[in-house]
Design a protein around this ligand. Structure first.
Ligand code: AR6
Length: 178
């Protein structure tokens, strides 16, 4: 575990479904009705009521985020973000990915939450290269926290030690100088 930006950002290796934070972010697909990867893990851990609520949401477009309750999760809420599918990098992927992070932070703060954890959105089934995704994630979160003088505390939850190493290396460039 490492902390950055005066302790407002931390990087951990963990299963996001175990984290005791106010909000965990899901890397969902436009149906918002579940899938594999972290999406499947969140639905399993939250229980069937999560899917029931998700059925009422009407899906979401890439870059959009919709919130639900956390049900059986230790987290109070889930922010379902639809990341971009990687198509080489020239199809607005970075903007769409940044929107996922920004919207999740905006919704969490507007709902009065104080702690939020993100998985590495789009870097599994959706194929976004991890280092590039980590740069977008960290730059977007840093800008949000500083520009909005936000009280949120943010966890980047990596699922493997290798991903954590990439996040730490990128943090040295993007978060270290702050
Ligand atoms: N905790 C934290 N991170 C996890 C966990 C977990 N329990 N499980 C996987 N990861 P992915 P995507 C990491 O594929 O690329 C789904 O089917 C994983 O190692 O879950 O945005 C959706 O329904 C990777 O670093 O999401 C969509 O159809 C990261 O989470 C599609 O996959 C994201 O991998 C979305 O693809």
């Amino acid at each position: 575990m490492s902390t950055w930006l005066d302790g407002r950002i931390e990087i951990v290796t963990a299963d996001i479904t175990t984290l005791h934070v106010d909000v965990i972010v899901n890397a969902a697909n436009p149906s918002l009705l579940g899938g594999g990867g972290v999406d499947g893990a969140i639905h399993r851990a939250a229980g069937p009521q999560l899917l029931e609520e998700c059925r009422t949401l009407g899906g979401a477009r890439p870059g959009e985020v919709k919130m639900t309750k956390g049900y059986r999760l230790p987290a109070k809420a889930v922010a379902h973000a639809v990341g971009p599918i990687w198509r080489g990098g020239n199809h607005g992927e970075a903007e769409t990915l940044a929107s996922c992070y920004r919207r999740a932070l905006e919704l969490a703060e507007a709902a009065g939450y104080r702690t939020i954890a993100f998985p590495s959105i789009s870097t599994g089934a959706y194929g976004y290269p991890i280092e590039q995704a980590a740069r977008v994630a960290q730059a977007t979160v840093k800008a949000y926290l500083l520009e909005n003088d936000s009280p949120l505390r943010v966890t980047f939850c990596c699922y493997s030690p290798g991903d954590t190493r990439v996040y730490e290396q990128v943090a040295g460039e993007i978060l270290g100088a702050s």
